[in-house]
Ligand binder design. Structure first.
Ligand code: TEU
Ligand code: CA
Length: 559
């Protein structure tokens, strides 16, 4: 596999709205990110992905863009962005933006022009159809945030437009070459500015299987998940290859695709040596336990499920490319609340989850607040919920016959707000996030969980992440951590997740006792060195290691 500049780095996703507010309006901003660049330098993070900061009505928190060339004034100005790029560059930090081109905002001038003249050139930028005379819909696909993907075109009750996400997010018509050229022009404009690349939003959705047709309904609403259409759609790679040639490859940009439901045989074309992307996220773990019926029907994730999913993903990309490994992102519940059972939700358990994920082969991608173990937020009423997805899932649960309390419980487990509460900088009012009123309330636990306390505590989760990042860069072990083969170890031993990372010279054994009871594990060779331990105990004798509840170890072992 060809070596790339980003392979050995650690990446981090910033959710700007909740990162740091510097002007008291309760909304995180670019100046807040600039102010904290030394924080990332100190932590060892070298790639930052910013969730969208473009001009947007924020109907879906910026994933609805009304001007791809502008910074939303709530986040700052283009001067701030330029300063962020240059200040980051000075520190060796690469900046990625979010590329949201499956759809734009209904307030984008393209869509406004399409509404004025659906038969004109901008009408062809979208999927606009005549409403069937019998009042039916062109197809029964369900939008990601509930209801049909079809809504009436404003000003034209006889026409409908397609939106896979919210009705304020009309899908761009990638079949139209003019649309594609406009997008590539914009991507090049940003890359020329000094951006290192993009995280690419919801990209599998750009290729629709046409003509529009129904699939079997999968819920009582008579609609079906978009997945059925995606399974039938072919050719997304051709669009992406064109975009890579037109923009990514000439800039040697780093790109991480948000890819779901890819076709197995297309994997090398996604992330192989001449792939359309540098990498893509591994969502196998986040999809565990998910029910087609809705959040209310989701099943808990067990350690055995987690282990199996991680190893299966590793196997799939073996010899193909690098995945971006995540515990959480802005669409997911907090990983420590989701993957750890209640009896494991303490610092030792959080370190175990951190280490097991971080040491997988691939690019570790931390999410804002993960490094201090931020947890889910509990809402007492649906009125406290901001997330449009959670509000829809609440209705889905009610429609399925759940009572309001059960429906709220489901929403609290999976709401995207869980990951979007303000970053907990310190124990002062509003966790040091803002002097004003935060746009989304700070998690009530900020006095116990905050960065300032963890920076002072050598045994904190934060210092553990720092040690993991340092190990990934250490001259002695980097080769094994970054490029070493991943070989599952004692795979059948229940609630033990263990693997070898076999490099050219060093072999590491990663061990996690994913349960609230001790167990022992057979060693593959003599222990040379304990590189990381989330507890103080360490007992190895007669070729076995004793593991305390929730113990996590990285050992250098003889080959
Ligand atoms: O998420 C995409 C998304 O929600 C889907 O890909 C979905 O998770 C998948 O189909 C599961 O089967 C991205 C952003 O991360 C999210 O915040 C946005 O709301 C969404 O796109 C729309 O831009
Ligand atoms: Ca602000």
């Amino acid at each position: 596999m060809e070596k790339k500049w980003w392979h050995g780095k650690t990446a981090y996703q910033i959710y700007p709205k909740s990162f740091l507010d510097t002007n008291g309006d309760g909304i995180g901003d670019l100046r807040g990110i600039i102010r904290k660049l030394d924080y990332f330098k100190d932590l060892g993070v070298e790639i930052l992905w910013l969730s969208p900061i473009y001009c947007s009505p924020l109907a879906d928190q910026g994933y609805d863009i009304s001007d791809y060339y502008g910074i939303d004034p709530r986040f700052g100005t283009m001067e701030d962005m330029d300063e962020l790029l240059s200040q980051a560059g000075r520190r060796g930090i690469h900046i990625l933006m979010d590329l949201v081109v499956n759809h734009c905002s209904d307030e984008h001038p393209w869509f406004q022009a399409a509404c004025r003249d659906p038969e004109g050139p901008y009408g062809r930028y979208f999927y606009i159809v005549d409403r069937p005379a019998d009042g039916s819909l062109p197809c029964n696909w369900r939008s990601a945030f509930g209801g049909s993907v079809w809504s009436p075109l404003p000003g034209h009750p006889d026409k409908l437009y397609l939106h896979i996400f919210h009705r304020k997010q009309p899908d761009l018509n990638w079949e139209n070459p003019e649309v594609r050229q406009e997008i590539y022009k914009m991507v090049n404009w940003w890359l020329d500015k000094g951006l290192s690349g993009f995280r690419i939003d919801a990209i599998i959705n750009i290729k629709k299987h046409l003509p529009f047709e129904n699939y079997p309904a999968d819920r009582a609403d008579g609609l079906c998940s978009i997945e059925y259409m995606l399974a039938n759609a072919h050719g997304v790679i051709d669009f992406l290859d064109e975009m890579a040639d037109a923009a990514f490859r000439p800039h040697d940009a780093f790109t991480a695709g948000e890819v779901f439901h890819e076709k197995e045989e297309e994997l090398p074309r996604f992330i192989g040596d001449r792939g359309v992307f540098s990498s893509m996220f591994d969502f196998a773990e986040t999809l565990l336990g998910q029910s087609p019926l809705g959040w209310y029907d989701n099943k808990p994730v067990t350690p055995e499920m987690y282990k199996a999913a991680c190893f299966a993903s590793q196997k799939r990309v073996e010899g193909v490319g690098f995945l971006c490994n995540i515990i959480e992102n802005h669409d997911e519940p907090r990983g420590v609340s989701h993957y750890l059972p209640p009896e494991g939700r303490h610092t030792a358990g959080k370190k175990l989850l951190a280490g097991l994920n971080f040491m997988l082969r691939g690019l570790p991608f931390l999410y804002q607040g993960q490094e201090i173990g931020m947890e889910n937020r509990r809402c007492r009423s649906i009125d406290e919920v901001d997330d449009i997805s959670a509000r829809d899932e609440y209705q889905v649960a009610l429609a399925a016959g759940l009572g309001p309390e059960e429906a709220l419980a489901a929403v609290n487990r999976f709401s995207r707000d869980n990951a979007r509460t303000p970053f907990q900088w310190d124990g002062t009012e509003n966790a040091g996030f803002t002097d004003g009123t935060p746009w989304l309330p700070v998690n009530e636990n900020y006095r116990e969980i905050n960065l300032s306390a963890q920076m002072e505590d050598p045994d904190s989760l934060w210092n553990f992440y720092r040690a993991l990042i340092a190990l990934r860069k250490s001259p002695t072990y980097a080769e094994a951590v970054v490029y070493g083969d991943l070989i599952p170890w004692l795979r059948e031993q229940e609630n033990l997740m263990a693997y070898l990372r076999k490099g050219e010279e060093k072999t590491l054994l990663v061990l996690g006792n994913f349960q609230n009871a001790a167990q022992t594990a057979v060693l593959p060779g003599a222990v040379r060195k304990v590189l990381l331990n989330n507890l103080h105990e360490f007992t190895a004798e007669a070729g076995r290691v004793q593991l305390e509840p929730w113990q996590f170890l990285i050992l250098e072992v003889a080959r």
